[in-house]
Design a protein around this ligand. Sequence first.
Ligand SMILES: [Zn+2]
Length: 318
Amino acid sequence: MLNDNVPAGSQILPFYLADGSSDAALIRGRMASVGMAASTIIARHNYPDLVGRLQAEALALAACLSSTLKFDGVFTLQAKGDGLVRTLFADITQAGHLRGYCALDEDQSQLAAIQLAQPNDDAVQIVPLMGGGYIAFTVDDDATGGRYQGIVELDGPHLSDAAMRWFENSEQTDTMVLCAADTGPSGWQASALMLQRIATEGGEAVSAAGAKAASDDAWHTAKTLLSSVTRAELLDSALTPEEIIFRLFNSMAPHVAPARAVTDQCRCDVQKVESMLTQLSVDDVNDLADADGALHITCEFCKTERVFNKNDLPAFQS
Ligand SMILES: [Zn+2]
């Protein structure tokens, strides 16, 4: 197969679908399969199982959504809630460098009840876990310095539903996306599978009407086929994304493009932390420093700890 060179658990696979009678692309698709990156990202944190599942879904969804947008920079999915999970974060660069973290409320007394109420055979229900809040989808484009953000309310049932509402609001493009994540003997599996209808071209009235009908039919068929995919299929480590696409959309002449690799890679570095520290007030630095004047700064994404001495900071030198 075309994409044997990219591991099945760390890729974004672009594809398109036709109506079976011709090769004209009617539907654009993406499948992100990021279990390998999710496994090492989540292993650095000590999340309850259900929070790990939510994080894995967010990583897959961010990878999937990012690949539909044209930008040279960073795509971020960030949800803020007032429930057990206060912050859910996943971001990915155009080069496929993925990272994420969750921040939890100190009060976890409701955790057992929430975990018990979650179906094991479906995507995570976000409202019981996160409460009320919002989800922001942000593109930071390094080339233009521009920032484009869409915000939707944090209501579920699933993370993928929030993504579909964002597409409805921002692009007015018919979009359907599903997420699945779970942990097993070989680590995390985390997948997001997305379809987007390609706008039909204008033109002569009669052929435009024909094209519209073909597009309507194809969209309906593709949605039905996507709805038929099982969670077990999406999470089957023995199936590559390419195999899933061909199995699922066999009747719609699927065409796959080269897969893009996704890797667990943070963007923190010592200079960034130093420049953050130099902007703090003397009081803030003293609050952070231990009795010996050492500042232990841990990256919340990758958990790398860096140690500084406050006397090396400009504010403490005279
Ligand atoms: Zn880091």
